[in-house]
Structures are given as structure tokens and as C-alpha cells.
Design a protein around this ligand. Sequence first.
Ligand SMILES: Cc1ncc(COP(=O)(O)O)c(C=O)c1O
Length: 474
Amino acid sequence: MTTLHLAIDRSSGVPLYRQIYDGLRRAILERRLHPGQRVPSTRALAAELGVSRLPVLEAYEQLLHEAYLDGRAGSGTYVGASLPDDLLVAPGRAPPRPRPAPRPVDHGGMRPFRTSMPALDQFPRLMWARLVARHAHAMSPSEMGYGDPAGEVTLRLAIAEHLRAARAVRCETDQILIASGSQAGLRLAAAALLAPGDRVALEEPGYPGARAALAAHGARLVPVPVDDEGLRVDKLRARGRARVRAVHVTPSHQYPLGTSMTAARRLGLLEWAARHEGWILEDDYDSEYRYVSRPIGSLQGMDAHDRVIYLGTFSKVLFPALRIGYLVVPLALMPRFIEARRALDLCSPTLYQLVLAELVRGGQFARHLRRMRGVYQRRRDALLTGLARHCAGRLEVHNADAGLHVAAFLPDHIGESGVIAGLTARGLTALGLSPCYAGKALRPGLLLGFGGSTERRLLDATRVLGEVLRAEEG
Ligand SMILES: Cc1ncc(COP(=O)(O)O)c(C=O)c1O
């Protein structure tokens, strides 16, 4: 087994994890450890250094984030295979001068409680890297030209199969349109279906990203309240002649509150759309992850009148920087959407579409989803355990049945902005519920993401949150 000879100085004042991180990083940069070489397990290194496993785990986690190390599920940790050559220094040469990090790493983005972040530490990087490399090598000249504005047909086919089986979406390949994330999908839907000044209803509270996308298109926004059953369709109906052209909803997992829309509300909304010739923009952003029952079928699958535009994304199930999402569009509307696509960004990157098509059709995607469901369930449980232990009486968890975040209400005497400032000062992050309201927030609260952090970090973070809440209470 590799012995690393890391020098640990307990009197230096530098935290142990930092010394371990620096030592390993230096060994990699100076080529004492080679790309692809296995490094000791955290347990073995802790024993070798005579330290507890915690600082070693922390150092490995950081090195994995920065791609100096690669984790292979069940088969150990290796020096990253894809380190740029110019970062590596030949042995015998002077140690490298301090230089900027190899890539800008947004540590803030990975802080505990960050919302909308999947478990990037668990992403199968090597498998992904091999697939990307293989497809990059194999790209034909025609694949390197402008792609089909609707998307690569192999990916559209794979998505249609997946959505029929996993999300009860009623669709054929011809109805799938690949977009650069669901945010771009929303812009596309707005461009295809709405004229500037048209009224669009949004859930209140709702997803600020949807509000921004629709406002950017010139839509007049109509907030419609949600309750424990989902959107108040009665309020939508009550608008009568003030015609709403479209409504944006998150029926499987309401953003931000986490409830799922009841069957009665779904039928009511579909009936409203059919009667008023309105469009329903169904944003199904993270419904693959549900912990209390089987995933809930899509609203689109219940629609008999072609009023639903379904939006999905690979941001939560793979990673956000991929920027690939998809729409399921009623067939008759497809030409309008393609025309809008040509006016916007022509097409999505072909290489990643080909890679994704293989991932979905080859079954690795479904396996990844299954594995990640377990990971997220454990992370969610750690968050809930920590909140019960450290924040009881000061935070009321609203719903934790699904997704990658939970919404929690604050009592009236604890201010949302103070808590967020307190968390930021302690190296954590959280979103408030207030920005999710177009109008005045009914109840202050926090959105606590758990997808991107390990159980241990979440437990630690809830302890800090408890301290911040007590301090804010004065
Ligand atoms: C409700 C909701 N819709 C859509 C998205 C964005 O997805 P994409 O990255 O595909 O634009 C998010 C991301 O956080 C979200 O929370």
C-alpha cells in the first residue's frame, strides 16, 4: 500500500484537515502520486498519521470536489485521471510557487443547506469522463455541425421512453424538445405561446426563476396562492374575464413548500385550462426523489386536451452545469416551438446529448437514480435528525417528503434576514422563503438544501443553525 509520509505538525495552529489536504495536494502536484494511482483509505491514512478519521475525511472530500481525487463506488479513491498536465511538476524541480487554484471552485455553492444542488461528490465522474471522451472521438463531421433544433433523435427517444415509464407522461419521441435547462425551456414556452403583456399565473409562494423567466418575456404576473393541496384553482377561476393565458405549477413537489398537488386540484386545473384555452406549464424539476411513497405521476399524463407543456431537467439528477433539460409539447404546437428555438439558441450541444442518450438507454441513468435516492434519503434523515436535536421549538419543518430541500417556518420572533446573515457569517448558506413570494411573505422561513452535503456536514450545520437561531432570539 502507498505510504504518503505526510508531515503533521500539531503545534502549527493549522487545522489538521488543512495539513492533510495540503500534503496530499502537494504529493499530487509534485507527481509523487500519479494520476490513476490508488490512495490509502481514510481509515488507513488516519491510522498512519495517528489522527482521527474526521480530518482525513474532510481533506478527501475537498480533494474530491476539486477533482484532485476520484472516488469509485466500492473500489476506493484514486488520484484524478484528468489533471491538466501543466499543473504537474516533475520531481526534483523546485516546489511550485503558490498559484491560483486549478479551477475556480465555488465553495459557497457547496455549503451545507445550499438549495438546488445534487450530490456532486457522488457523481460517477470516471464513467462520465469515459463516455464523453468516447463520444467526442466518434463525432462525425455532420454531428459537429448545427444540430436538430428539437434535439438529437436518440436522446429524444430515450427521454420519451424514460418519461412514459417513470413519470406517466403520455408522449412520443416527436413531442420531445431538448432545451438548455428547464429555465431556457420556460423562455422557449413563453416565446412560443405568449405575447408580451399576456397574464401568466404563478404559484404564491413559487419559484423565483420562473417569475424571472416569464417577466423577462414581458408577461404580466398573477400570483395565485397555494395551500396544502396545491394551487388554489378557485382563485384562478375567480379571475373570470381578466384572462390568464398560462399558469406555471410544480405539482409533484411544490417549490418551495414541498407539497404535492391533490388529484382534485389537478383535475380542477386541467378543467380550467380546457375551458379557458389556457396553457399549463408543468415544472417537474425534482420529482424523481420521493421518500415516503412511489413518485407521483405527472399532471401531463392526466391531460386529455393537450393543454400541458411539461418541463424536465437533468440538473438535479445529474448536474446543473450540464444545462440540458427537455419539454414535452403537444404535437400540434411543435412547429411553433421549433420556430421559437431557431430564434433563441438554435440547438443544444450535440456531444452531451449523445452522451446522455447512451446513459439513459444503457440503463446507467436509472441505476444512478436508484442509488442517489438512497443517498438523498440518508442526507434528508440526517438533516431532520439534526433539526430535531438542535432547532426544536425554533423551526417548524413543513414537508420533507420529496426533493433535495425542505422548507421550514420560523416563529414570529425570529427574523428571516437575521438568521440568513448569521448562517452566512458562520460559513453556511440558506435561502429565505420571502424571495419566493411576489407579494408580502405570509410566514418567514428557510429553505434548507440537503442534496449537496454529506450527513456529517449536515449534522454539524444544524448545530450551527441552532446556535444562530438562539442568538437571533436575543
Ligand atoms: C422549481 C425549479 N424549476 C426549475 C429549476 C431549474 O432547472 P434548470 O437548471 O434545468 O434550469 C429549478 C432549479 O433549482 C427549480 O428549483
